[in-house]
Design a protein around this ligand. Structure first.
Ligand SMILES: Cc1cc2nc3c(=O)[nH]c(=O)nc-3n(C[C@H](O)[C@H](O)[C@H](O)COP(=O)(O)OP(=O)(O)OC[C@H]3O[C@@H](n4cnc5c(N)ncnc54)[C@H](O)[C@@H]3O)c2cc1C
Length: 556
């Protein structure tokens, strides 16, 4: 007999945990700030993300019995996480030690005892709960799930194991479905009518494609999406008219060239230059320097490239501008293109342990000339590049969370299926409590991550835009929180899914080994985990604590 789900108790314990987080943020702000307390600030950011996730899941919990059990199990997990991160470090967190409860109150300890109970969690194996999508998004889910099952899954293993390119018919098929126009406003040839549908359709579609394969399907939307957001925010009317319909139809595919060998997390320092030129009698910008990790650079028709247009490096991020850089299509693991006047662009693929199909390249530019019209925002766009690429990346973080949920879902399904069929010591391993607890916790983590992601999608849809002085808009912290939480969760879920397969989990012939290596990249790109935790989440938490607004954020 397991405990009945008590949402009110879980909500009360989560509220107390939120107060602990707010107080700890204030404590850090008053005692040296983030850099003097990086380890605690990192833990604070992750604990806060889990608590925010718990709030979104508690809203979901009110919709039925299995939903309530998932919500209580997730709340217990998030509370346990906060408790263990603070244990022995109470002083650094500013938590009083006098009452013996640590970061939680008595209800919090009770919620952990009731809903981390092995039998309570084991009963959730195979119970993922309904998603509660509105009708129109259920249709989006059905469409993309079918596409992933029919067109992506059958080629995913081949692409991974031979390090091949994404088949063109996958790109064509997604273009026919209108995938690349999901975030492009209707007036520019896309399907976005603003509001909730703008973000929800994108996350629902992305999850299904990533369930098919992270490398072959789940990541194709990200790049056009990032460029679309930057153009919508900062492009001239002519640029919107020119580029957005082509992006929406898939006629033009994009790659993103921001990272450089010496500047990844610290983007504001990048060195690639764009200098005015009139090479061949045409006004434009000559690009020089090296970008790295430019995913999809060979196949892409354009690169969204961030470059330094102001030679005064002391201007930092204010000296950067964004360009749409046209290039010929290439394929495979390297490319070299030359312009009439001798400008060169050369790409070398970086071999990776997973996330295959897209290929990521180091790209060297030697006087590669871009037409003057391709500076995003025209003359007014000079020096605004950092801000515009942030606009794109913030959404990229939410989308990366959707990719992580898709990979987790695929891993869970594979693990459940294997556990039901693999007989060890005379019984299917699914019958053993330890396996059921693993699968139950996976089901809880996946559904709660999904609900958190939906909540952040709604929040971003509502949020007012960023301003130049505050380049991250409302929802920015939550987009970073969902990315940080869900991507770490995907590492755990795929690890356990592989483990449930025993030796066969380590065999390339089982897709679960691919899910495991694919999941590993999610905490590195679109904002490395530590950087997001310290520079976005913890920073915002401390700012809110100082202004007295702690705990005000809600993801739904
Ligand atoms: C498969 C893949 C695809 C990618 N695709 C693209 C793409 O299409 N376009 C693109 O522009 N980029 C892309 N990237 C690059 C990615 O965004 C960067 O790798 C990421 O931003 C981290 O930068 P870095 O690799 O230079 O790490 P670094 O910045 O060198 O960081 C190294 C480590 O130090 C940590 N760290 C950094 N700062 C601090 C600090 N202050 N305190 C404590 N720890 C810190 C980081 O979190 C990280 O763990 C891709 C990367 C990969 C692996």
């Amino acid at each position: 007999m397991t405990a009945a789900p008590d949402l009110a108790a879980a909500a009360s314990a989560v509220d107390h945990a939120q107060r602990t987080i707010d107080a700890a943020a204030k404590h850090l702000a008053d005692n040296g700030g983030i850099d003097a307390n990086q380890t605690v600030a990192y833990d604070l950011a992750h604990a806060a993300a889990a608590i925010e996730n718990a709030k979104a899941t508690l809203d979901y919990g009110s919709r039925g019995d299995v939903e309530a059990r998932i919500a209580c199990a997730f709340a217990a997990d998030a509370l346990f996480d906060l408790h263990t991160r603070t244990l022995g470090r109470e002083q650094a967190w500013g938590i009083p030690t006098t009452n013996g409860q640590g970061a939680l109150d008595a209800t919090g300890h009770d919620v952990i005892a009731r809903y981390r109970d092995p039998d309570f969690v084991a009963a959730l194996a195979g119970e993922q709960g309904p998603r509660h999508l509105d009708g129109e998004f259920e249709m989006v889910q059905d469409t993309f799930r079918r596409f992933a099952d029919d067109r992506i899954r059958p080629v995913a293993e081949h692409v991974h194991r031979t390090n091949a390119d994404i088949p063109e018919d996958v790109i064509d098929g997604l273009a026919e479905l209108g995938t690349f126009g999901l975030s492009v406003p209707e007036e520019y040839g896309g399907f976005s009518t603003g509001g909730e549908s703008e973000y929800m359709a994108m996350v629902v579609a992305t999850e299904e494609l990533a369930r098919g394969s992270l490398g072959v399907g789940g990541s194709l939307i990200t790049r056009p999406e990032i460029l679309t957001r930057a153009l919508v925010k900062g492009g001239t009317e002519e640029q919107k008219q020119h580029w957005l319909p082509k992006l929406a139809s898939g006629e033009i595919m994009a790659a993103v060239a921001v990272t450089e060998p010496d500047f990844g997390s610290d983007v504001a320092g990048i060195k690639v230059t764009a200098t005015p030129t009139d090479e061949g009698g045409n006004e434009g910008w000559a690009i020089n320097g090296v970008k790295t990790w430019c995913t999809f650079a060979a196949r892409a028709d354009v690169l969204m490239l961030l470059a330094r247009t102001d030679p005064d490096r002391s201007k930092g991020h204010r000296g950067l501008s964004l360009f749409v850089v046209p290039k010929p299509r290439g394929a495979g693991h390297g490319f070299q293109f030359t312009q009439g006047h001798g400008g060169k662009m050369e790409g070398r693929a970086i071999d990776t342990i997973g996330y295959r199909g897209m290929h990521s390249y180091e790209v060297a530019f030697d006087n590669w000339v871009v037409p003057a019209d391709n500076l995003v925002g025209g003359d007014a766009g000079r020096g605004r590049g950092f801000y515009l690429q942030m606009e794109g990346f913030e959404n990229g973080r939410l989308q990366t969370a959707a990719r992580a949920v898709g990979v987790m879902q695929a891993a869970y399904e594979a693990a459940y299926d294997y556990a039901a069929n693999r007989v060890v010591f005379g019984a299917p391993i699914l019958d053993y409590q330890l396996t059921r607890v693993k699968l139950g916790r996976m089901a809880v983590v996946i559904q709660s991550s999904r609900q958190f992601m939906y909540g952040v999608a709604r929040l971003l849809a509502k949020g007012p835009g960023a301003t130049e002085s505050a380049p991250q808009r409302d929802g920015a912290m939550e987009a970073s929180m969902v990315k940080a939480y869900v991507c770490r969760a995907a590492e755990w879920v795929t690890r356990e899914a592989l483990q449930i397969h025993g030796g066969m989990g380590y065999a390339e012939e089982f897709p679960v080994s691919r899910y495991f290596v694919d999941a590993r990249v999610l905490s590195i790109f679109e904002g490395a985990d530590e950087t997001l935790a310290l520079k976005v989440i913890a920073r915002r938490l401390l700012e809110s604590a100082l202004s007295g607004n702690g705990g005000a954020v809600r993801s739904s």
